[in-house]
Design a protein around this ligand. Structure first.
Ligand code: G1P
Ligand code: ZN
Length: 544
């Protein structure tokens, strides 16, 4: 193969965020933009020559051209083996699993997760390391530093690789394997969950379900696992065909974006179980017949019931949640007498704890949960976990949640997002709140007394690293909490996230809508940062 050295100029905006480098497609399409980033990644990776590298994405617009660029740059940089998903498709958890299973050096995931796709929408790229985890901050910082200096990249000349056929190709020293998107991941799921039981209850029709793949990457996985293997009737998986623009929708599994699924689940004909996943298959939305499960509750319920699942019957070594996630799982950990870790937002912070076997389960309020089976959050894993739980307990989703609240109490919880704010305005709002944090303790607002405030810094107990500026926290004497963060994944302006939480053991409050139960705290949250006054907005863009 002929290897070209191509001169280039650095871009100064290639700093990876919460989850890789995420930009508008048009930004990635600038001359050498993607090439610079890939070459910078190869420059910082270390010795990869002897090990495979996994490549796949969520099928969004620019997925295929980006894979061709990665192939050419990998080849030119001396990579010997590439494992690439059929049609360029691999979910994020599947990439994590493939890296681990094939002892790969790492993997590239092409996705902007739940952000919309299409020529004028978003694209993204993430690099995961040999453990299957997203690159740690030291590596992403090194890549960013490299992108600011890069002046050339290496590019091999050969025809584009056909991604549509499962095959092995040899180009000089490089083996390219186009592998089945689903097989390895599906096999892993059979090793964790009770597929025999699931087949029985699905066949008996006592467990009916609807899964919304949102025209994203989980379509092929869900059709194979839920319909072909477990025997759910054909059509149980909706929006199953991956499309480059996700059918014009946001592949974000929340109640707003999953209209068809939600309409069904809140109707008279609702099946027992409903679920959805996002663009790259790492998020999950869990619904029951006329019932919605808050992600923080889902994590706590999974932790409390893990021993019913074959893969976890020996119990959990510990659990972890991101800081803004509700403290419901903390109560379960206390009950089980296992440690509970509080990490910054972003899955990468769980990696060290999982590698060190300090935790078995972990999750975030943002519709993400997973276990030590991979090093990413995993949407279909959560779906199968709930299905297995329903089958084992022979109870509805709502019954399982209420049973949990009666035992542990309810952490009433909501997140309010103000999206695409003017960057300067949003940072000013945030800074002003930060500046007054120390003056707040002991103040009483709307009958709530503030006990303490801080800005969260994480001290990683495994590698000793410190991550600062991970969110502003306001705690109240009754245990309630308000958290503020600026999003690290948006591509337009800034997004302010406000997380509100209150605990109750009063069963008469179990039926109350969180927006009503939290109304006084929500008013305090808005007042403290003056978001409405300063932006002129009247309500959040998204409430979950
Ligand atoms: C968001 C979520 C976070 C999640 C990340 C990637 O990040 O809040 O929990 O890990 O997407 O899926 P944010 O935009 O808040 O930085
Ligand atoms: Zn995702």
């Amino acid at each position: 193969m002929h290897i070209n050295t191509v001169n280039t100029q650095p871009y100064n905006d290639q700093k990876p965020g919460t989850s890789g480098l995420r930009k508008k497609v048009a930004v990635f399409q600038q001359p050498n933009y993607l090439e610079n980033y890939i070459q910078a990644t190869f420059d910082c990776m270390g010795d990869y020559a002897g090990q495979p590298i996994v490549v796949g994405g969520d099928g969004r617009f620019y997925n295929r051209p980006a894979i061709q660029v990665i192939i050419k740059i990998a080849a030119a940089n001396g990579c010997r083996q590439l494992l690439i998903g059929h049609n360029g498709l691999l979910s994020t958890p599947a990439v994590s699993h493939l890296i681990r299973k094939h002892q790969a050096f790492g993997g590239f995931i092409l996705s902007a997760s739940h952000n919309p796709g299409g020529p004028d929408k978003d694209f993204g790229i993430k690099f995961n390391i040999a453990s299957g985890s997203a690159a740690p901050e030291q590596l992403t910082d090194a890549i960013f530093a490299r992108t600011k200096k890069i002046d050339h990249y290496f590019y091999a000349s050969f025809d584009d690789i056909d991604l549509n056929n499962i095959q092995h190709l040899q180009i000089d020293n490089l083996t390219i394997s186009i592998i089945n998107t689903v097989t390895d991941y599906a096999q892993l799921m059979t090793e964790i969950f009770d597929f025999k039981l699931l087949k029985e209850v699905i066949k008996s029709k006592s467990l009916s379900l609807c899964f919304d793949a949102m025209h994203a990457v989980t379509g092929p996985y869900a059709q194979h696992i839920l319909e072909s293997v477990l025997g759910a009737p054909s059509g149980s998986v909706i929006n199953a065909i991956p499309l480059e623009d996700f059918g014009g929708c946001h592949p974000d599994p929340n109640l707003t974006q999953t209209r068809r699924l939600t309409a069904l689940m809140f109707s008279e004909n609702a099946p027992v179980f409903g679920a959805a996943s996002d663009g790259d298959g790492d998020r999950n939305l869990i619904l029951g017949n006329n019932f919605y499960v808050t992600p923080s509750d889902s994590l706590a319920i999974m932790a409390a019931n893990a021993q019913l699942i074959p893969g976890y019957h020996q119990g959990l070594s510990g659990v972890a949640r991101s800081m803004p996630t509700s403290q419901a799982v903390d109560r379960v950990a206390q009950y089980l007498e296992i440690p509970c870790y509080e990490t910054p937002t972003g899955w990468k912070f769980f990696g060290n704890l999982l590698d060190a076997k300090k935790i078995t389960l972990c999750g975030e309020e943002s519709f993400g949960s997973s276990s030590d089976h991979v090093r990413e959050k995993d949407g279909l894993w959560a779906v199968l976990f709930w299905l297995n739980l329903i089958a084992r307990k022979n109870k509805s989703v709502k019954e399982i949640v209420y049973e949990h609240w009666h035992k542990f109490g309810r952490n009433i919880y909501s997140r309010h997002d103000y999206e695409a704010l003017d960057l300067i305005l949003a940072t000013t709002v945030f800074k002003q709140l930060r500046d007054k944090l120390s003056t707040l303790p002991n103040k009483e607002i709307n009958g709530y007394v503030i006990s303490d405030t801080d800005e969260f810094t994480y001290h990683d107990p495994i590698d000793g690293s410190h991550s600062k500026n991970q969110g502003l926290r306001i705690r109240f004497k009754d245990g309630s909490r308000i958290v503020y963060r600026l999003s690290g994944t948006g591509t337009v302006g800034a997004t302010l996230r406000i997380y509100i939480e209150r605990f109750t053991q009063d069963a008469t409050q179990f039926d109350t809508d969180p927006q009503i139960a939290l109304a006084p705290l929500i008013a305090i949250a808005e007042k403290l940062c003056e978001i409405k006054k300063k932006t002129g907005l009247t309500k959040p863009d998204v409430i979950t």
